[in-house]
Design a protein around this ligand. Structure first.
Ligand SMILES: C[S@@+](CC[C@H](N)C(=O)[O-])C[C@H]1O[C@@H](n2cnc3c(N)ncnc32)[C@H](O)[C@@H]1O
Length: 378
């Protein structure tokens, strides 16, 4: 697989040049920065590290390069590919004039697809807790022509979804939630969501609130950490991982990864060791992320508010990415169905097509559940 990069411009010279990684400030700098800084350098034929992917991080200026990255089945850094778009649109059954909430705006991929279906006359309230990515997404969507009249962007937690009701006319025709983290958050080492690059062990969706994962980890007993790994990520090696992490000074993602690798080196069979360690690392970060952002509690609050927020015949679609999320959504919808709040619910979750899973491996674990509130529409 060939990557894109300045090979064509620089030829063999690229390989001889030293790697020069720039910091966060320069990450979105193009190759002809107004500050007169030099182009980001990288070793080999194409960029690997986040900071080197300056073209991907400036999608408006380098649209063709982004298409090439997507054609390889990768997600360009600084962007996010919406999952199950066709299926979500089908479930939400949008009409012109509909008013709804995208509870997890992210890159705005779903929002961008929803908006044309509710116009004219409709309005989308788009919310997200992330103060870093939200302004970028809003600027991008405004640039596509969505004015404040049709798209209202708010930085808030979806646990407080009912706060949009007064502005939304008292009830919603639809709600979408695409849980978890965006590719932009995942890929940016400074956010601490990935073990693949060195960064602070943070994992906060809103870095201005709460405490980073490193601080949480330092307060947990070995038993509490074991429970957390089991309850939040069904981690089969919870005991060994908790033993290895407990009492250690861990400030960065690579320190955590080193300790987990070392712990599983002797306990996991050699034939599957690398894959098992990779999965254990993903699950460990997931468990910590859920704890740091109190994700299960806010999801339960959101699920409890949905019946109050939806109009009669209102539709809700929720994309989940692991069993802890899916179980909660399934239970809430089943209970609502039993109580007559929801007249119809998904019997089984909708899964991304084989084609989508191939084109976007990050979609592989997605499950889409939906429900329709009882009562006739206006
Ligand atoms: C998977 S991404 C959404 C991607 C989006 N659907 C798109 O197409 O670009 C999940 C987003 O939800 C946000 N998020 C997670 N939990 C949240 C919460 N409790 N309230 C509001 N936003 C949340 C994250 O910050 C992230 O931006």
């Amino acid at each position: 697989m060939r990557g894109w990069g300045p090979k064509g411009n620089l030829g063999g010279e690229t390989r001889r040049r030293e790697v020069r990684i720039v910091g966060e400030d320069n990450q979105r700098m193009g190759d002809d920065s107004p500050h007169g800084r030099r182009r980001v350098r990288y070793q080999g034929t194409h960029p690997r590290r986040y900071a080197e992917r300056y073209k991907e991080l400036d999608p408006e200026r380098h649209a063709r390069e982004l298409e090439k990255v997507r054609a390889r089945g990768d997600t360009p850094a600084g962007t996010h590919r919406p999952i199950c778009v066709r299926e979500v649109l089908e479930v939400l059954d949008l009409r012109p004039g509909d008013v709804g909430v995208d509870a997890t705006l992210g890159y705005g991929g779903h929002a961008q697809e929803i908006l044309p279906h509710i116009l004219p006359g409709g309005r989308l309230f788009a919310i997200d807790v992330d103060p870093l990515e939200l302004p970028r997404t809003e600027a991008r969507l405004r640039g596509l022509g969505f004015s404040e009249e049709v798209l209202v962007v708010r930085r808030m937690n979806f646990a407080g979804i009912s706060r949009v009701l007064p502005e939304a006319g008292g009830g919603l025709d639809f709600v979408l939630a695409d849980l978890g983290v965006s590719s932009m958050q995942l890929d940016n080492p400074a956010r601490g969501f990935t073990y693949k690059a060195d960064g602070p062990l943070d994992l906060r969706l809103n870095p201005n609130r709460g405490r980073p994962a490193a601080a949480l980890l330092s307060t947990l007993s070995e038993a509490a950490l074991t429970d957390l790994l089991v309850e939040h990520a069904d981690e089969p090696h919870a005991n060994a991982i908790a033993r290895a992490l407990h009492g250690q000074p861990i400030a960065t993602t690579t320190q955590l990864a080193h300790l987990v690798r070392r712990a599983l080196q002797t306990t996991v069979h050699e034939a599957t060791r690398q894959q098992e360690i990779r999965k254990a690392l993903q699950r460990t970060l997931q468990a910590l992320r859920i704890a740091v952002n109190d994700e299960f509690r806010v999801l339960e609050q959101f699920l409890a508010l949905l019946p109050v927020c939806l109009k009669p015949a209102g539709r809700v679609a929720i994309l989940t990415f692991h069993s802890g999320e899916d179980r909660r959504v399934k239970k809430a919808f089943q209970a609502g169905n039993r109580d007559g709040v929801y007249e119809r619910i998904a019997r089984d979750p909708v899964r991304p097509s084989a084609e989508e899973r191939r084109a976007n491996p990050r979609s592989s674990s997605a499950k889409l559940r939906w429900a329709v509130k009882a009562g006739a529409s206006d």
